[in-house]
Design a protein around this ligand. Structure first.
Ligand SMILES: [Zn+2]
Ligand SMILES: [Zn+2]
Length: 362
């Protein structure tokens, strides 16, 4: 297809911005483009409207007709063929664009099964490889992030706190994958996002109750909202683990996570190997703890090495916590929410001195 320029001279991928999110909305909402890496290189899948209506559109705005039934989309000869759309040759770039603001799209593939996405879905062939990019409002994307990252069954103030963390991260990271044509990927590299099919009312209300709110530092810049599963009783300062000296990432005590699933762990390590390793790192013990965690794949850098009375050739390693230990402790925050803490009380405990701001006021 002539006229579908998907690349600039410098290799930057151009993604058509559909602008649909602003149609009919009283207030303009921030748009986010998410690279759906789980779907990449998918050769064939089926799609269907789960809610509202969609239409097939080319990047120049030409409409190819409504999405009807559950057509099959096949990647073929450098483009896409859609079973319900007649076109003389495969389309290198086509968009499923929502007609209504609350539309949701259902995708079924053999690789990932069933996924549901808000907003528009861009189908793009880049170097003959099919790629998929979701374009939605930031607020429609967030519940899917929380559903994937923290799951169901939590108190609403925990969801509200985590929504502000994840919204801050997304705002701060906009354009991280600009050269690939989207803002964030859907993997752990950015924020894990498996769509919105498992979003429930409590989670949705937690996100909506903090709409547009992000955490900023004293200078009004989006904060680095680090978080982890369990701190083991005390969080680490950011400067302990990374080189950054951020005033709001200080070490704080946390009794709330003491009985949580990831509070304790144990391992063994060969005695001679450990003695040799530690003799090289003892002089710089914090760095030694971090290096040991990385080398042995331990859940955290908080641990004690004890003799094993039954096995003289190994040490027992008794550890606490799970993750890097900086910022918000998720299991502590979950418990605080169950005990009645508000979202803001939770955030103030783990991020000392941050303020709230609107994401559009940065
Ligand atoms: Zn990423
Ligand atoms: Zn904790």
């Amino acid at each position: 297809m002539k006229g579908f320029k998907t690349r600039l001279r410098d290799g930057l991928l151009i993604i058509a911005i559909t602008g649909w999110t602003f149609v009919g909305a009283a207030i303009a909402q921030e748009t986010i483009r998410v690279g759906l890496m789980d779907l990449n290189a998918t050769d064939s899948f089926r799609c269907q409207s789960a809610q509202g209506n969609y239409e097939w559109v080319l990047p120049d705005g030409q409409k190819l007709g409504p999405l009807k039934g559950m057509p099959t989309v096949t990647s073929h000869n450098g483009g896409f063929q859609i079973s319900s759309v007649e076109f003389p040759e495969p389309l290198p770039y086509v968009i499923l664009q929502p007609v209504s603001i609350d539309a949701r799209l259902r995708i079924v593939t053999s690789a990932v099964g069933y996924r549901q996405y808000p907003g528009a879905l861009h189908f793009v062939h880049v170097d003959d490889i099919p790629q998929f990019i979701m374009e939605s409002t930031l607020e429609d994307y967030l519940p899917g992030v929380l559903a994937t990252e923290v799951g169901k069954g939590h108190a609403m103030s925990f969801y509200a706190a985590h929504a502000m963390i994840s919204r801050t991260y997304a705002t701060k990271s906009m354009g991280r994958h600009r050269m690939a044509g989207f803002d964030l990927c859907d993997q752990v590299h950015c924020q894990v996002f498996d769509g919105t099919s498992t979003v429930n009312d409590t989670l949705q209300r937690g996100c909506q109750s903090t709409r547009s709110l992000i955490l900023v530092d004293r200078l009004g810049r989006a904060a680095t909202t680090a978080f982890h599963s369990n701190c083991g009783g005390k969080t680490w300062a950011g400067s302990d683990v990374w080189s950054d000296q951020l005033p709001y990432l200080q070490s704080v005590d946390d009794a709330a996570c003491a009985d949580a699933p990831h509070a304790r762990w144990s391992q063994t390590v060969p005695r001679q190997e450990w003695d040799e390793f530690w003799s090289l790192h003892e002089a710089d013990s914090m760095q030694g703890l971090l290096t040991a965690r990385k080398r042995y794949g331990w859940p955290s850098a908080s641990f004690q090495i004890n003799p094993d009375s039954l096995r003289p050739d190994v040490y027992k390693v008794v550890g606490s916590g799970f993750g890097h230990g900086v910022g918000l402790c998720q299991e502590g925050a979950m418990q605080r929410a169950l005990s009645g803490a508000t979202a803001w009380e939770i955030l103030q405990h783990y991020y000392n001195g941050v303020r709230l701001s609107k994401s559009d006021q940065l």
